[in-house]
Design a protein around this ligand. Sequence first.
Ligand code: PLP
Length: 351
Amino acid sequence: MNPIPPRRHFASDNYAGVCPEAWAALADANQGHAPGYGEDAWTQKATDLIREIFETHCEVFFVFNGTAANSLSLASMCQSYHSILCHELAHIEADECGAPEFFSNGTKVLLMPGDQGKIDPGGIERMIKKRTDIHYPKPRAVSLTQSTELGTVYSPDEIKAIWAKAKSFGLKIHMDGARFANAVAALGVAPKEVTWQAGVDVLCFGGTKNGIPVGEAVVFFDRELAGEFDYRCKQGGQLASKMRFISAPWVGMLQDGAWLRHATHANTMAGYLESKLRPLAQVKILFPRQANAVFAELPRPAIDGLRAKGWKFYTFIGAGGCRLMCAWDTSTEDVDAFAADLQALLPIAGS
Ligand SMILES: Cc1ncc(COP(=O)(O)O)c(C=O)c1O
């Protein structure tokens, strides 16, 4: 055993390991034989728990990762001549290597600007009215990310306003919920209030960033869209033969509320990190800190200095913009150590 725990990072919540609840469920599932391809009791239990949490009879499928969840679910909503409207920073556009277009045989992703990583009803209308002729791909779905790529969250009213606009143009709503748990924890709402009660047709419910080893759940509130989705998963290489090892961790996470506890903790750590950074004169907090990410602009030498000290974090927002992401296992000591290293690297005011 290593007596010194390795230092945690702020690069991504997927840098974190598996949380104890998910790990224990995996161990429990590892007994004897069980039917494959999702015909096992763990997968049934995980599906039942998701239905309970959302308080509705949704259709649920477990896949290996978020790219597959997003791409396959969007493909189930669209024909190849359709388009999907999303924010210009959306993961489906920027970080999925064209998978949504690939799995839907060419559905075009159309990008919209929007403050703080969010799309808005006006943007949807502008995008739709820009072209309505036969030569342009027909808008079919709106995709929003909850919490967003910039760490902000959509309120139930904001989602409902998007729904009203989407519905008026006959569009379906897809939600990339890679950090859905963090959004629900931040808002303090029932999961149904920010999903099917606000018009969401399909949610890609993220497990990995919440503490599961691998896997996301595709949750169809519009059950008609789920028709033959099992075949899509199989064709896309996303039907796990030993499915119980994908679904059991969900049982561990959902049965006693660990998913929300861990998300709340990650959000709290991000709040603590923000409180440490905000007083530093050379540091600028870039977006409202609402979930488990802090975006901050740091002087270039400080970024280089932190990296030289071994800290890992992403810089993809403009010049000096750093994304600092907290996870279920981030501790106050991690935050203190990072903040102390940063402070030591900043020039003393007036010098
Ligand atoms: C907003 C968002 N959506 C989806 C994903 C899932 O991606 P992956 O295919 O790596 O699981 C991520 C992971 O970084 C993400 O940040």
